[in-house]
Design a protein around this ligand. Sequence first.
Ligand code: ADP
Length: 517
Amino acid sequence: MSIKKKIILSFFISFSIIATLAVAAYLDFRETRSEFKYLEIAESIRGKTLQLRRHEKNFLLYGDSKEIDLIHRYIREIEALIEEARPYARNDNLDRLDAKMEEFSTEFEKITRMASEFQQRLATLKPKAPSYRYLVPIIEATFMEHPMQNAQLLLLFFDISPGDEHIAGLERLGTEIKDLRKTGEKITEISKELDKGARERVQRIIDVTKVAVVVFLPISFLIGFVSLFYISQSIVNRLKKLMQTIEKSGAGFFSPMPFPAGHDEVSTLIRTYNNMAEALRLREEQLKKKEEELIQSKKLAAIGTLASGVAHELNNPLNNIHISAQILAKEMGEDCTGVIEETVDDILSQTFRVKKIVGNLLDFARSKEPDFEEVNIVETIRKSYSQARKIAAFKDVRFSLDAPPEVLIEADPAQLERAFINIFMNAADAMPGGGELRVRILPEDDGVTVEISDTGRGIPPEVADKVFDPFFTTKDRGTGLGLSIVYNIVKNHGGSVSVDSTPGEGTTFTFRLPRHR
Ligand code: ADP
């Protein structure tokens, strides 16, 4: 993923976390507000129910008619609060309270009605003696507090029978008052529960908010920091490594960086750097090769000039010695004794050998420009091999040629033959006990590759880069000029030649020649 995308993604992650937290905080705030509102109403209900109970008590104690209005007022207020609390209700406490309030209201209505009826009747009752009239205000004041005791008073001191409506009325009133008290207690109980529940809800919401603040907030910040740290570290680390590698490449070490995973900008940068480093390394290799070639050419040119001078100087006296030896042999004829004949033969063979060396020297020194013509290189190889066989011993050597019938290039056929003969001769020298000599010709679009492999003794690695040097030889009777001549010929054709050898296994010479000059 690209750095741009990573930054956008991390921004969106952070934004989403912040947005989620903001929404959660807003919802939490709303919830808290409504819970506090509910608690406020629940507290009011509780307060008003206590007030209601207080006035109920006062009314039942003193029968004060002002208390009736106050009780009505509280009933109305509590019912209004119940309606106000409904949107926040989470259980049936409000419904229960509402039902009990209705019950209370009905019972209270009944009691006030019965009380007023009793008071009206009481005024009409006749006491058994006139002095008992003082009991009327006492009964009036206490009939609701102690209805049954007052019924006894009526029976004792008033002209009334036990089956009278007053007595039955007081008994019913007593029962109603008991019910009202029970309902009142229930109301107190429910309003207490309501208040307690509301407090618990507020406490719960405070606990949840605490957890959110103490746990989720640090976690989201941690996630944000960790992802930012990871992104920046992965970029910074790779850039640091790239910087170190670039510094090294400044000193000429074009080592590539480990292939980067991913497809972000830093990875692309590293890949681009690796491609550049590889291109520079190849360029440097080519430059080194060209430099070596230049040194070799200069060396060859200097040695060539020297060799040509020496060869010219040697050629004439050498010819004279050779001709003189030939004349001497002829003149002595049959009379020649054994030692003299051997000495003259020796002079002849040695001068012949030196002449050959001088001839090679001249060939090498002249380094003629090729006479280009169209050549079938497959044919040239065949010819070269049969020429080589005439000169050197190819005892037990199996020759194989892997090539198409015709590969045409522009070249000097005589010079190429010379070069291939030298290679074949060296191969024969390297396989005195026999072996395989394989030639592969591989045509290419703009040239041809010729591989000549033998299974001979091979070239030790420490001398491998010297074999093309003039006068380098490991043979007793070698001149060390064969491969130098090959090198010159190939170079004059605009090609290249290289050697690859494993001591004890064999040697391969690879020629690359262009199709056209
Ligand atoms: P010369 O054959 O006179 O020694 P060359 O220049 O032809 O000179 O070869 C130089 C040296 O390279 C040889 O002396 C030999 O040590 C080594 N050489 C060349 N060709 C081969 C080969 N096919 N196998 C092993 N060594 C080789």
